[in-house]
Write a protein that binds this ligand. Structure first.
Ligand code: DAH
Length: 348
């Protein structure tokens, strides 16, 4: 590249130079000045080189060189004006400025309720167990005594993860009951755990259903655990969660992993059991599923069902929060609308 071309290129470079990305504009301007117009800067060096230029080219290159110098001077002027006109932005980009402290965040209402449930059980000796969200068929269904043709195993209800060559089929867990299996497989009774976590089901999103939600599972396995222990635990939980006046009732139900199985209702905390639109006039609210752990489940997990018995229960956190704080639409939990979230700031 000859000298003229180099100068032209430098002129172009100067024209394109910008302060936009500089954090400290004054320093950037000074650096620019030194680079082009400083003692050892680009322009001076070219003037030294200019002495060697053959006479017949002196005129053309001389003109170009002066233009380069003027472009640099003009640019610096432009930069200074820009910096003067945009002082606020200059400050905003100063990384040494003290942080503009915003209001602190708060816990999400689902975390608040999940922690509350966990706390209530931890007061009577339960410890938290956590496990994977992507589970295999054994921990989700087979070990929990689901028959092979159970609808929960259907694509309709369960998100299966694409199967890889030579690997067993896995799915997003549809309930936290899988944690029961993981715990029983790896621990000897007495077992007393509470398992809060996220679960996934293939459902259309509406005010009453979501494809991601949260459950809390509890499991107690020991010698001589009876249905009476379950009932007393449930009553304790209901009173702690919804208030001392709360009453409970158990209705027979069915789950593959418990025998007998039941569903627990609490007296409606909104109308005190008189009947309102929340409890649909019945005075009762359905709260959770529970039962005595089916001996098949104990055996599948390597626990002798003649020596040990246990109970399990599982509940939906979204529903608990809905009932406790009278939230009408499930979708509010996931929209992160600050007007909704801020209502729970005071609850820790
Ligand atoms: N896994 C059940 C569900 O997802 C909830 C449940 C019911 C859990 C009864 C239990 C139980 O531990 O005993 O709907």
């Amino acid at each position: 590249m000859n000298m003229k071309e180099r100068i032209d290129r430098l002129i172009e470079e100067i024209r394109q130079a910008s302060l936009e990305k500089s954090l400290d504009r004054m320093a950037a301007i000074e650096q620019f000045r030194i680079q082009y117009l400083g003692k050892k800067g680009v322009v001076n060096e070219l003037f030294t080189e200019f002495k060697e230029v053959p006479n017949d080219q002196k005129k053309e290159i001389g003109v170009a060189l002066n233009q380069l110098k003027n472009e640099a001077i003009k640019k610096i002027e432009e930069f200074r004006q820009f910096a003067e006109e945009h002082p606020a932005q200059l400050e905003a980009r100063d990384l040494t400025m003290p942080v503009d402290y915003d209001e602190p965040g708060s816990r999400h209402v689902l975390s608040v309720v999940m922690n509350e449930i966990t706390d209530i059980f931890s007061r009577i000796g339960y410890t938290v167990a956590e496990s994977v969200e992507i589970e295999d068929d054994w921990h989700l269904f087979s070990a929990l005594n689901f028959p092979p043709d159970h609808p929960a195993r259907d694509m309709q209800d369960t998100f299966f993860v694409e199967k890889e060559e030579g690997r067993q089929e896995v799915a997003l867990r549809t309930h936290t009951s899988s944690v029961q299996v993981r715990v029983m497989e790896n621990n000897k009774p007495p077992i007393r755990i509470i398992a809060p976590g996220r679960v996934f089901r293939n459902e259309a999103i509406s005010a009453r259903a979501h494809c991601i939600f949260h459950q809390v599972e509890a499991l107690y396995v020991d010698k001589h655990v009876t249905f009476a222990d379950l009932k007393q635990t449930l009553l304790y939980f209901a009173k702690e969660m919804f208030g001392e006046q709360t009453q409970i009732r158990l209705r027979p139900s069915y789950f593959p992993f418990t025998e007998p199985s039941a569903e627990m209702d609490i007296s409606c905390n909104i109308c005190d059991g008189k009947g309102c639109n929340i409890c649909k006039g019945t005075g009762w609210l359905e709260i959770l599923g529970c039962g005595m752990v089916d001996p098949n489940v104990l055996e599948a997990c390597g626990i002798d069902s003649k020596e040990y018995s246990g109970f399990a229960l599982g509940m939906g956190v979204e529903r608990m929060a809905m009932l406790k704080y009278q939230i009408r639409d499930l979708r509010l939990y996931f929209e992160n609308d600050l007007r909704f979230l801020r209502q729970f700031e005071a609850i820790v």
